[in-house]
Design a binder for this molecule. Structure first.
Ligand code: ATP
Length: 213
């Protein structure tokens, strides 16, 4: 069965590295990827743009292709966007058998043990850990290392053998782009052209929240 992959984030704003790594994971896993902007991210500072503005940016960025799609469910939920709730919802929708893969960047995975009910995430999905420049080879917290020791696998085919529970490192093209960098450029009156998709410049309202001082 083809896996379904979920790629959560603040997407404040979405940038070309988000898009490219999601695309590469989609090709490697032969999976559709849903991008899920978090309305109230529990693990970090609150976003600069509203949930609706960030979803509009994602929608604009994804136009013209079908592999990556926006899933706006976390924007409709009250309170913090806990990944465990999202995975439980999606699992209920797709049934018990279909492989589900949660994609996270290496930086996000390093903090995984702070996520709400993190140990249960492995019951709902596999985890695909995307390489990210500047976040190579760091030591994971002991409890996380212990939890994943017997779950690691080396090839994408392994994720088709069960619906959830494995951890797959996914080597993607190293792209040193961050949303913080894009926000800083816009706040300084500069133009983040080619760090974000051209579609974000097509409507001046899309990036306006970041241009305001
Ligand atoms: P910020 O700079 O505001 O912290 P960000 O660029 O890390 O933002 P997020 O929306 O926080 O973007 O990230 C969503 C997901 O995408 C996370 O799992 C993150 O690790 C991953 N990600 C973001 N940028 C990259 C990148 N350049 N390479 C690989 N993964 C990335």
């Amino acid at each position: 069965m083809r896996p379904l992959a979920l790629f959560g984030g603040t997407f404040d704003p979405i940038h070309n590295a988000h898009l490219r790594v999601a695309w590469e994971a989609s090709e490697l896993l032969d999976a559709d990827v849903r991008l899920l902007p978090a309305s109230v991210p529990p693990h970090r500072d609150q976003p600069r743009a509203s949930a609706e503005q960030r979803a509009a940016l994602v929608r604009a960025a994804l136009a013209g292709q079908q592999r990556l799609v926006l899933d706006a469910r976390e924007l409709q939920r009250e309170g913090p966007s806990y990944t465990i709730d999202t995975l439980a919802e999606v699992r209920a929708e797709i049934g018990a058998e279909r492989p589900l893969v949660l994609l996270v960047g290496a930086d996000a995975f390093a903090g995984f043990a702070d996520w709400h009910r993190w140990r249960e995430l492995f019951d709902f999905a596999h985890i695909g850990v995307l390489t990210r420049p500047g976040h190579e080879g760091g030591t994971l917290p002991t409890e996380l290392r212990t939890k994943i020791a017997s779950r690691r696998c080396a090839d994408a085919a392994s994720l088709r053998e069960s619906p959830a529970g494995r951890v797959l490192p996914i080597a993607v093209t190293p792209l040193e782009i961050s949303a913080s960098q894009v926000r800083a450029l816009l706040a300084a009156g500069r133009d983040p052209r080619w760090l974000v998709p051209d579609a974000l410049f097509a409507d001046s309202r899309l990036l306006a929240p970041y241009r305001q001082r």
